[in-house]
Design a protein around this ligand. Structure first.
Ligand code: NAG
Ligand code: NAG
Length: 303
């Protein structure tokens, strides 16, 4: 959801590497695709722009693509609230397929809702191949609550809360509200399974799509970062693919305790056994981390 608030900005001297000179070669580095969170955009100099810059400093020659959904930054931000997620994923799939510099494969890093969306890309569009997926505060089992809103969008959040309360699973709300598409109501599990246009589909809540299962397992690593003091995502355990136990809204269960895992409907148990799932936790509120933490914990997966 929220925009990334980077604490390291003050300290970072800007030493930009020239953007990759030889198209198709990437200078021996693995390209990185970023998908921003709710209320944010591809190119905000305080969030995705800063991450892109930082990556270019840490890995000279790397090609970083920060996804823009729409024609400009304003559309990109609005689409993060109002554009059908399945449509967004399919736009991104064709953009990636047409990018010559990604042919040999790429790593992906999604922030908040951008992380679920990139997982959908991995499950639906295996070419070009995604190597490692890093989910930074992604809500892989959705949310049941919107306790605090990102930055300056509190008005939009009021509108969203009203719409969700009026019926998150109505066709109208599902089609037009991004957050409804990963709204997961444990008290209305049947409605969720039947009517969630996006999350219930990629989480195999209806029929198991063997293609999703096969494609997800093509990842070399799936890294999930959870923020220990997260005040935006409810429940926080969704950032590690856990959720509330069905039928109540208090007790949570881990991924490993879930039916999704036990029946291995998505291949996550197999990936876990193969050492492909990485669970990281960090102190701090939603999407807040330092450059030191990033370099020590995430950078090694991107080299
Ligand atoms: C990529 O290019 C930069 C200069 O643009 C150079 O410093 C760096 O060593 C190169 N990296 C590799 C892996 O070739
Ligand atoms: C399974 O997913 C693939 C990839 O998105 C899709 O082409 C196919 O139609 C899906 N199959 C079913 C039965 O939904």
């Amino acid at each position: 959801m929220a925009a990334v608030l980077l604490c390291f900005l003050l300290a970072s001297p800007v030493l930009l590497a020239a953007s990759s000179p030889v198209s198709g070669s990437n200078n021996g580095t693995v390209p990185l695709v970023l998908w921003h969170g709710m209320g944010d955009s591809c190119c905000n100099p305080l969030s995705m722009g800063a991450i892109k810059k930082m990556m270019e400093e840490e890995i000279p020659g790397i090609y970083v693509l920060s996804l823009m959904i729409g024609k400009n930054v304003v559309q990109d931000t609005e689409n993060g609230f109002f554009m059908d997620v399945n449509q967004q994923v399919s736009l991104v799939c064709s953009q990636l397929a047409q990018d010559a510099r990604l042919k040999g494969g790429f790593n992906a890093m999604g922030f908040s809702q951008g992380a679920q969306f990139l997982r959908a890309v991995a499950q639906r569009c295996p070419s070009p191949p995604m190597k490692t997926l890093i989910s930074v505060g992604g809500q892989h089992q959705g949310v049941y609550g919107l306790p605090r809103c990102p930055g300056e969008s509190s008005h939009i959040c009021d509108v969203i809360r009203k719409a969700l309360n009026s019926g998150a699973y109505s066709d109208m709300v599902q089609k037009h509200l991004v957050q409804a598409q990963y709204w997961h109501d444990p008290l209305n599990d049947d409605l969720y399974k039947k009517h969630s246009l996006f999350l219930a589909d990629i989480n195999q809540e209806r029929a198991v799509n063997e293609t999703y299962k096969k494609n997800l397992q093509l990842l070399e690593k799936f890294v999930m970062v959870k923020f220990l003091q997260d005040s935006v995502v409810d429940p926080v355990v969704s950032e590690w693919f856990g959720f509330l136990k069905t039928g109540q809204a208090k007790e949570t269960e881990t991924l490993q305790e879930s039916l999704l895992y036990k029946e291995d409907r998505l291949g996550l148990a197999a990936m876990d056994k193969a050492g492909k799932l990485v669970f990281l936790a960090t102190e701090g509120d939603h999407l807040q981390f330092t450059r030191e933490w990033f370099n020590a914990n995430l950078l090694p997966y991107l080299r």
